[in-house]
Write a protein that binds this ligand. Structure first.
Ligand code: ADP
Ligand code: MG
Ligand code: MG
Length: 891
């Protein structure tokens, strides 16, 4: 009967808890979408046989249901949780809410994609005034119990009830002062008990009720608050920055507590199975003795490196190294783990694939492929193509470093070299960065609320916290320079200054930080180009063997072309000629040309420009010898070359020996309401054919000059902004004629093969691509204009509404960064099909910003483009992304 089947699927789909433990484990690592990464991996680790405290996951579907039902816990969840708790009670032999041997649990958030620190976790849940007494009797460790209780009240107040953490901090500090101690760990049991009393008081004052003495109530409220943290501003911002879309929500993990704060034989830590900065295959992490988990990440105390663990407890250290092997073999990737030692017993609390710098990603991928843990294709997929740009970033020169004052040294938390003025709050960093200033965000420690400021800053500097602190983890994920834990910094955020060694540095002061060494230096330090590692070359070689598409570059000068070629560009996909007219006295000839009112005068001015153009081309063709160079004819509207203020107009008039009024009049004539849609692109060549003739002449003469010097120049002429067949047909004829004329004039006897093609950047051109292809040797999709014209968004004005559009989910991404596959992408694939229906050999590429964006590159591969063209620095990214696209398309 259909009805029953339906009901059956429904119950299965809405299973409310998934347990893990010695007696039974219901989830596994493939279920991240349902159980979140944390939950799925806790189950997986349990199955692998690692020591994991038992617990259960409330799946993401419940979070989705919570929001679907207007923020109400789904019906039946309460009972399902009670049932799942009973299983954990059985596994541990403790009882939730018991006054003699209470089960305490943590309530942990965890979405399918890790969002470190973005959502909430509550520890030690289940403690009440009565349970405290029971636990003291059971453990005989009064100090530990009060410590756990004060943490619970604090976390519960802060996370679940939305109290400010400072309220608690204030009470804690005043008790510490009263007892004359500096560190949390120095406070006696008596002192901690007093902290609890005070915490409960401020809790009542702020919340209005007593701290709940019913563990089940504590639990339900915490679960709900984890669901709510999914939509907290910081979590939403994080997802937006990271481009995380399409998730249901967070899962909630309820797990039996293990205690790192039970004394000197206990502790807690976080580690990476390899070095996440360099990729070196060496266990890397930090731990704190007598502490609970969040202490390490929060930067309250500065932890010790795990290498020192040998001295503390060599058995545990060996066990951790053993677990590293097990985990890497199992997950076949670097793992980021959390662990706790309770009275000499090691417990694993989390594992996930470790975030790493680009350099580390490359090294780890190559190392793992060489040791056959993964194959080459997997290695290629492991390196985020977009991150390779990081490796091309400059670093400080040793010499210039010696010439500046070193103020302090901290931990090299995330590599890079950053110089900026100091900003002391995230908001300030955002505001000043948006105003165009380079700022370093200087914070005691960062928290998830700071991410917007961290994103805007050129670098991050913190005074506490370690290599795994929030600042370090987030910065590494972004490839942003970060120096953490510089204890010599005394930051006074309110007074907007930092004191180092008794000297004060304010917001105007410029510091430089070296994320590779942890140095903090005064002033601007000179930077130099990076050196690429052998592993990088290996990855690039493997990528080149695997990709189908060619990678070209967009370059307007011989220097850019040279750099791109050294980074592996196989040609130039776009040389813009307009920039060439701005240099030196060329601009004058250009202006003369524009201001000329007769064809004759225009030709005279163009004749002056010609030799310059010719030289430019000789330069670029020589650098790119043997490789194609696509030259785009003049594209922007002419008024862009004219001065718009009076003094500028005077200069031009003077230089040209004409009246200012004439210059003014011409500028006014050229004014356009909508220059983007105005007299530009091929329209210029139709109305002023002499411009095209000059440019083509320069290209052909340059080519002939190169050929005579035995330089294999391979220009391609690209006509921009074509929207009709007739435009291209007419301009092609003129181009061909000009080529022949110059060849004759130069008496050049060799072959000159110069493909003539067009940019497809007007939607109409994509639609009638079959007609256009009959007069084009190649197409190059100019997806910047194509996007502008398809959406009707001006690229230069989109920022007035884009943030809102992204926030509201009207757009998933900035369409100028990643190609809009259903819209613009459809035009691209139509253009390809249309073009190839006429000429199956038609060469097709892309030269917009999208040519360097991995997602867009994957799309280009899927529609069969021959090449992508991108800025020089993105060439390695494109090479790798093209390989990844090809690998995925075969999977
Ligand atoms: P986040 O996602 O922010 O890392 P977690 O849920 O991992 O949050 O928890 C925060 C800290 O609490 C971590 O250091 C973790 O190891 C620790 N922790 C979580 N659950 C337990 C537990 N059951 N026993 C002991 N420590 C725990
Ligand atoms: Mg964690
Ligand atoms: Mg264009």
């Amino acid at each position: 009967m259909p009805v029953t089947t339906k009901r059956k699927t429904k119950t299965r789909a809405s299973k409310m808890t998934y347990c893990w433990g010695a007696s039974k484990t219901e989830g596994n690592a493939t279920q991240k979408e349902l159980l979140g990464g944390k939950g799925a991996n806790l189950a997986e680790m349990t199955t692998v046989g690692l020591p994991v405290p038992p617990g259960f996951t409330i799946p993401t579907t419940m979070c989705e249901a919570y929001y679907d039902q207007g923020k109400r816990l789904p019906r039946g969840l309460d009972a399902a949780i009670s049932k799942a708790i009973r299983r954990v009670e059985k596994e541990t032999g403790k009882k939730f809410g018991s006054n003699t041997d209470p089960l305490l649990v943590s309530v942990r958030s965890g979405a399918a994609i890790s969002m470190p620190g973005m959502m909430d976790t509550v520890l030690n849940l289940g403690l009440t005034d009565d349970a405290v007494q029971g636990l003291i009797e059971l453990t005989g460790n009064e100090r530990f119990v009060w410590d756990a209780y004060r943490r619970l009240i604090n976390m519960f107040g802060d996370v679940v009830m939305g109290m400010s953490h400072e309220v608690f901090e204030h009470e804690f500090d005043s008790v510490k002062k009263k007892h004359g101690v500096a560190l949390d760990t120095e406070l006696s049991a008596e002192g901690l008990k007093e902290v609890c009393v005070r915490y409960k008081k401020v809790y009542k004052k702020h919340v209005g009720n007593n701290f709940p003495q019913d563990p089940h109530k504590q639990l339900l409220l915490s679960v709900e608050s984890v669901f709510q943290s999914w939509n907290a501003d910081r979590a939403k911002t994080y997802r937006q920055i990271e481009g995380i879309v399409g998730l249901k929500g967070t899962a909630v993990n309820v797990q039996a507590m293990v205690f790192g704060n039970m004394g000197k034989d206990s502790g807690t830590g976080v580690a990476f199975t390899r070095n996440p900065s360099t990729g070196e295959d060496k266990f890397f992490g930090e731990f704190l003795i007598d502490a609970q988990g969040e202490d390490v990440v929060a930067g309250i105390r500065t932890p010790k490196p795990v290498s020192q663990m040998k001295q503390w407890n060599s058995k545990i250290y060996r066990e951790l190294l053993q677990n590293k092997k097990i985990l890497e073999k199992h997950y076949r990737d670097i793992q980021d783990i959390e662990f706790t030692i309770e009275r000499g017993k090691l417990w694993m609390l989390q594992t996930r694939n470790g975030k790493r710098t680009a350099a580390a990603a490359v090294k780890i991928a190559v190392d793992m492929a060489k040791s056959r843990l993964i194959n080459r294709d997997e290695a290629l997929l492991r390196v985020p193509a977009g991150d390779l740009v990081q490796l091309l970033l400059p670093s400080f020169t040793t010499k210039s470093k010696q010439q500046v004052k070193r103020l302090a040294k901290g931990l090299p938390a995330s590599p890079g070299a950053a110089t900026g003025a100091l900003a002391f709050t995230a908001e300030e960093a955002v505001a000043r960065a948006e105003a165009g200033e380079d700022v370093l965000l200087v914070r005691k420690e960062t928290s998830p609320e700071d991410i917007d400021g961290m994103q805007h800053a050129v670098g991050i500097l913190t005074s506490t916290g370690g290599m795994t602190s929030h600042a370090a983890v987030v910065a590494r994920g972004w490839g942003k320079c970060c120096v953490a834990g510089v204890s010599a910094l005394h930051i006074h955020a309110k007074r907007k200054c930092v004191i180092i060694d008794g000297k004060t540095y304010g917001e105007k002061e410029v510091l430089s930080i070296d994320g590779g060494t942890g140095e903090v230096m005064l002033g601007d330090v000179e930077r130099h180009e990076p050196k690429l590692s052998a592993d990088f070359e290996t990855i690039m070689r493997w990528a080149d063997q695997r990709r189908r598409m060619n990678v070209r570059t967009n370059a307007d000068s011989p220097q850019d072309a040279k750099r791109a070629r050294s980074l592996g560009a196989e040609g130039i996909g776009l040389t813009r000629t307009e920039h060439m007219f701005f240099e030196g006295d060329r601009i004058l000839a250009m202006r003369q040309m524009i201001l000329a009112e007769t064809k004759e005068n225009r030709e005279k001015a163009l004749a002056r420009l010609m030799p310059y153009q010719c030289d430019d081309f000789v330069g670029i063709f020589s650098v790119m010898k043997g490789l194609p160079v696509t030259v785009r004819l003049l594209d922007p509207p002419l008024h862009e070359f004219l001065p718009h203020n009076l003094s500028g107009q005077r200069d031009v008039a003077h230089a040209l020996g004409i009246r200012v009024s004439r210059v003014k009049r011409r500028v006014e004539q050229l004014y356009e309401y909508n220059p983007m849609l105005g007299h530009r692109g091929c329209r210029l060549s139709v109305t002023y054919p002499e411009i095209l003739v000059m440019q083509v002449t320069a290209i052909v003469e340059a080519m002939i000059e190169c050929k005579r010097k035995r330089i294999d120049a391979r220009p391609e002429i690209m006509i921009p902004l074509v929207g009709t067949y007739e435009e291209l047909a007419q301009l092609r004829t003129l181009t061909e004629k000009t080529i022949l004329r110059i060849k004759k004039k130069e008496r050049f006897k060799g072959r000159l093969s110069i493909p003539i093609g067009t940019m497809i950047e007007i939607p109409r051109a994509a639609i009638i691509a079959d007609r256009i292809a009959s007069v084009a040797d190649f197409f190059s999709f100019g997806t910047n204009d194509l996007t502008q014209l398809t959406y009707g968004y001006s690229r230069d004005d989109i920022n007035s509404f884009l943030p809102q559009y992204l926030k509201d989910g009207i757009l998933e991404r900035d369409p100028f960064q990643t190609i809009d596959i259903p819209g613009v992408g459809k035009l691209v694939s139509m253009g390809c099909e249309g073009g190839r229906s006429v000429n199956s050999q038609l060469k097709i590429g892309i030269c917009g910003e999208h040519g360097g964006d991995p997602i867009s590159i994957e799309f280009c591969n899927s529609v069969g483009l021959n090449y992508v063209s991108c800025s020089p620095f993105r060439v390695p990214t494109a090479r790798l992304a093209a390989a990844q696209a090809e690998i995925r398309s075969n999977q």
